[in-house]
Design a protein around this ligand. Structure first.
Ligand SMILES: [Zn+2]
Length: 129
């Protein structure tokens, strides 16, 4: 189950509960008041599932924002940490560390320009290796 499934599931349960509540209690006529507490509990459950779906949507938006690098005015640079040779792929790789947040990336030396921003929001200057 991914996040979209979970959101869909919560919305579906909320709708289903609401339909069931209406079917069950609206046909009771005058006796409906006798089941007010029970009906409220049912309505609360539906509302809570709707609330849950809304929170999950908020969470999804936050995640999407988080994973999208964007400049926030900070400037940092990639500090070269290690050079190593990958026997399996036969290529030389470097690890770099963000001078601002310490996040590490691994890439080929000539691929550093694929990382113009760090996830912390800093715009990366040329590394001073
Ligand atoms: Zn960073």
């Amino acid at each position: 189950m991914d996040l979209d499934d979970a959101i869909k599931h919560c919305e579906e349960v909320a709708k289903k509960l609401e339909v069931e509540r209406k079917q069950k209690y609206e046909s009771l006529g005058e006796d409906r008041a006798l089941f007010a507490e029970e009906e409220n509990a049912c309505k609360e459950c539906a509302d809570e599932h709707m609330q849950l779906a809304m929170w999950l949507k908020d969470y999804k938006r936050l995640l999407e924002k988080e994973s999208k690098p964007s400049s926030n005015g900070k400037i940092a640079y990639w500090i070269l940490r290690h050079r190593f040779y990958s026997e399996i792929s036969g290529i030389r790789l470097n690890t770099y560390k963000c001078s601002d947040c310490g996040r590490e990336i691994i890439c080929k030396a000539d691929e550093l320009n694929n990382y113009p921003y760090c996830h912390c929001g800093a715009k990366m200057k040329e590394t001073d290796q």
